[in-house]
Design a protein around this ligand. Sequence first.
Ligand SMILES: N[C@@H](CCC(=O)N[C@@H](CS)C(=O)NCC(=O)O)C(=O)O
Length: 215
Amino acid sequence: MAPTLGYWNIRGVSAPIRYLLEYVGQPYEFKGYDLSNAQEWFGVKETLGFEFPNLPYLIDGDFKLTQGNAIIRYFARKHNLIATSEKDIIEQDVMDGVITEFLMAWVTVTYATPGKEEDLKRYRTENLTPMLQRFEKHLNNREYLVGNKLTYADFQFFERLDANIIMFPDLLKDFPNLKKFHDRIANLKGVKEFRASDRLPKSLNAGPKAKWNNV
Ligand SMILES: N[C@@H](CCC(=O)N[C@@H](CS)C(=O)NCC(=O)O)C(=O)O
C-alpha cells in the first residue's frame, strides 16, 4: 500500500517532501486537512497512534512518524538522496541547521509581524539578503548544496527560495548561482509536473493564522 503523507492543505513543511516523492516517482497518498475546518485534524490527532502527533505525519506500513525532517530523511535514505561520506554528512548537517534558520526567519515575518510593507522590507534587508549572500557563495561552481549530488536538502532549500520569490519577485536578480539552482530544481522531472498541477496547494502558509499570504 502506498504511504500516506498527512498535512494541512498548504505547502509549508510538506512541499519539499512532496518534491522528493514526485522526483523519484514514489506513489503516495496526500491526506490534506482543511485549515478552515481545523477540527478535521484536531478531532483525530490523538487517535491515529503517533507517539508525537503532529502535521506533517507519515504512515508507511508499520512505520508511523512525525516531524518533517524525519519524514524527508526517511525517503531520502530509501532513494539515495542523502549524504554518505563523513565530509558530506557534516555539510548536510550544517545545511539542515541553516535551512531551519531560513524557515524560522520566514515564519517570524509572516506570522509574528503585522506583515506590512515595512516588515517585509526589514526582513529582506536584515535577514534574507545576508542569508542569500552566503548561499550564493556556497553554490559557486557547484550544482547542489551537499557534496556533488542531489540530496533532500536541495528540495528543502528550493522551497524556501521559492516562497521568498513569491514574496519578492525580483529576489534573485543579483544572485546568479541561486537563480541557476532554482531553475535546476524547478525543472527536475516530476517536480516540474507537480508544480504545474493543481495538486500543489495554493497557500504557502497556515491560512488565517498568517499575517502574510494568508490565503
Ligand atoms: N517541527 C515540526 C513542526 C510541526 C508543526 O509545527 N506543524 C504545524 C504546521 S507547520 C501544525 O499545525 N501542526 C499541527 C498540530 O500542532 O497538531 C515539523 O517540522 O514537522
